[in-house]
Design a protein around this ligand. Structure first.
Ligand code: PLP
Length: 435
């Protein structure tokens, strides 16, 4: 029995200050014209007393929900005790605790051996560090990335990103990256790993020997396309064979989103480098990490630098999150059950309208056919109190990124709203729906 349901308000706030003083580059705020002032668990509240169920979770930054009490308490205790807030890359209790938790809760039980490189605080910083290190270690320039890949907005990471609108903002050539077809790009009958292998093995293909192959196991922004374990194993083997490093960008798919801590777990290969960010701090604090095999850790001290490397407040919340959620199997079992529920409900919606679904774990969506229909669906979800966004080359995938801690009943309640909104968009000719 759910006692709390979404309760949206429809009074739009005064946005004059944003129009006057905030750059027009803002984006999410445009489709959710409310002013938010509070959030807890799966809820965001606006300043008119409305509450919204959050199926966006900061693009998978809030896998443990908003202001989780265990994480919040750890941070409050730390701040109240005058814990170090900023310490460049100095040794701190908070950093040691984090590294110990990473070692004991995550790496050792999985038989993984990585060194943690603290980069600047956002995902794109972790990607920059990863490709820079790969280029340094191999002495090669070229990185192979994939169609529909998204890796961040700074120049190096943006060069690895596929989306033309994002790339167009660079203002300079984005080079030294080859975009090869992702798994399934040419349909189910074409093995794109085989194509890559052919091109890399052919001295006349025009494809230079790569420093790295950079891949998302599930493409978060590019349409929730899923790489199969066989394809990933093959790509990893191709990287090895051609002297390139295998980099998995786990910024969105990691931290439990696809079921396990790392999205590649159990697939029979170990990446050379893994990038993490988004939900790593557990509470929405900026924190990114590049995990590297020890023998690749060939930097000179300070060769890659930055003022905000290792956000100590984020160390505290990340440590609390690792210990609270990842010390036993309970959380993963809950996520697996919720993933199955999500899959079943999305499959039913797709079957009802002849649509298709995408994704894996709690990172799934439904292809509604066009960005236009998807934006009608997400807008009508929002009017019903559900925060949800789109993904894909044409923004045609409505993407469910519910917090992983969501109550099963609330997950169902949010999916009911999605189901109603899709039914409305698919059956009422749009444009007329609003009359
Ligand atoms: C979000 C994202 C990034 C970039 O992270 P920022 O924190 O926005 O810089 C990189 N790779 C993937 C897969 C992402 O989802």
């Amino acid at each position: 029995m759910i006692t709390t349901l979404p309760k949206p308000t429809n009074r739009k706030p005064d946005t004059a200050i944003y129009e006057r003083r905030e750059s027009v580059v803002r984006s999410y705020a445009r489709s959710m014209p409310r002013q938010f002032n509070k959030a807890e668990n799966v809820w965001m509240h606006d300043n008119q007393g409305g509450r919204y169920l959050d199926f966006l979770s900061g693009c998978s930054t809030l896998n443990y929900g908003h202001n989780h009490p265990v994480l919040k308490q750890a941070l409050l205790d730390y701040v109240m005790a005058d814990g170090i807030a900023h310490g460049l890359d100095l040794h701190t209790d908070a950093k040691a605790d984090f590294l110990n938790a990473l070692e004991n809760v995550i790496l050792k039980p999985r038989g993984l051996d990585y060194r943690a490189m603290f980069t600047g605080p956002t995902g794109t910083n972790a990607v920059e560090a990863a490709i820079k290190l790969a280029r340094k270690v191999t002495g090669r320039e070229m990185v192979i990335a994939f169609t529909n890949g998204f890796h961040g907005m700074t120049l190096g990471a943006l060069a690895c990103t596929g989306n033309a609108a994002k790339r167009g903002g660079a203002g300079v050539p984005l080079n030294h990256v080859a975009h090869e077809p992702f798994d399934g790009y040419h349909g189910p009958d074409v093995d794109t790993a085989e194509l890559l292998e052919r091109r890399l093995s052919d001295p006349s293909s025009g494809l230079d020997a790569p420093a790295a192959i950079l891949v998302e196991t599930v493409q978060g922004e590019g349409g929730l396309n899923v790489a199969s374990p066989e394809w990933l194993r093959r790509i990893n083997a191709i990287a090895k064979q051609h002297g390139a490093l295998m980099i998995v960008d786990d910024i969105q798919a990691g931290c439990g989103r696809t079921g396990n801590f790392f999205s590649f777990e159990g697939m029979g290969f170990t990446p050379d480098i893994v990038t993490m960010a988004k939900s790593l701090s557990g509470m929405g604090l900026p924190f990114a990490l590049t995990l590297v095999r020890p023998e690749l850790d060939q930097w000179a001290p300070g060769e890659h630098n930055g003022t905000f490397r290792g956000n100590n407040h984020a160390f505290v919340t990340a440590t609390a999150a690792l210990r609270h959620f990842w010390s036993d199997r309970q959380f993963q079992q809950d996520v697996a059950r919720r993933s199955a529920l999500l899959e079943r409900r999305l499959d039913a919606m797709a079957a009802e309208h002849g649509l298709s679904t995408r994704g894996r774990g709690m990172m799934r969506g439904i292809d509604v056919g066009s960005g236009e229909i998807a934006s009608i669906v997400t807008a009508s979800c929002f009017e019903r109190g559900l925060i949800i966004e789109t993904s894909g080359a044409h923004d045609e995938i409505v993407k469910v990124l519910a917090p992983l801690i969501i109550d099963d009943a609330l997950l169902s309640a949010g999916l009911d709203i999605l189901e109603t909104s899709i039914r409305e968009a698919m059956t009422v000719p749009y444009g007329v729906a609003a009359e």
